[in-house]
Design a protein around this ligand. Sequence first.
Ligand SMILES: [Fe+2]
Ligand SMILES: [Fe+2]
Length: 201
Amino acid sequence: MPRRGKAGSERSRIAMLHALAHIEFVAIDLAFDCAGRFGADFDSTFADDWVRVGAEEAMHFALLSRRLQSLGSFYGALPAHDGLWEAAEETAHDVMARLAIVPMVLEARALDITPATIERFSMAGDATSARMLGRIMQDEIRHVSAGTKWFVAAANRGGFDAPESYQILVNRHFRGSLKPPFNDSARSQAGLTREFYAALA
Ligand SMILES: [Fe+2]
Ligand SMILES: [Fe+2]
């Protein structure tokens, strides 16, 4: 992975935007994979939700890609890691595992860390990137919300307790523990309440 350079330098901001653009790029595939792989197991509003999420991820990618270009870089200029797609492969067999790990662990984690990232861009005088990330975060709350809604629906259908199932699946499919501090208010706006994740921290 590239070194990020001094905090707030243009090089470090480009590295951060590049890493975020890559996450959005994989998120496009993840959303459409969810619609296609699992959509037939639910009524059509499941696929509608994930197609809408995929369209928003594509818009996020386009915003970040253009921002990189306006800073003299481009998506693909730096290496990127593959962790997000590994999570997709790990959970390809089970919709509850997929929803637990992708929207309810990884996208929820983005809600925890994005406010500090926005602050870093603001401190560096990059209000344009800061505004962009604020707008993306509002959409991401809805993505976590869709994940939680469908996870609870799948748990209810199977007669499982949703928070307990979440804890079992996260322990099975996610390496490492969930790291506080959590953005409890953004998470609870998305319906992801502490009863799901407090026990895993
Ligand atoms: Fe996104
Ligand atoms: Fe998302």
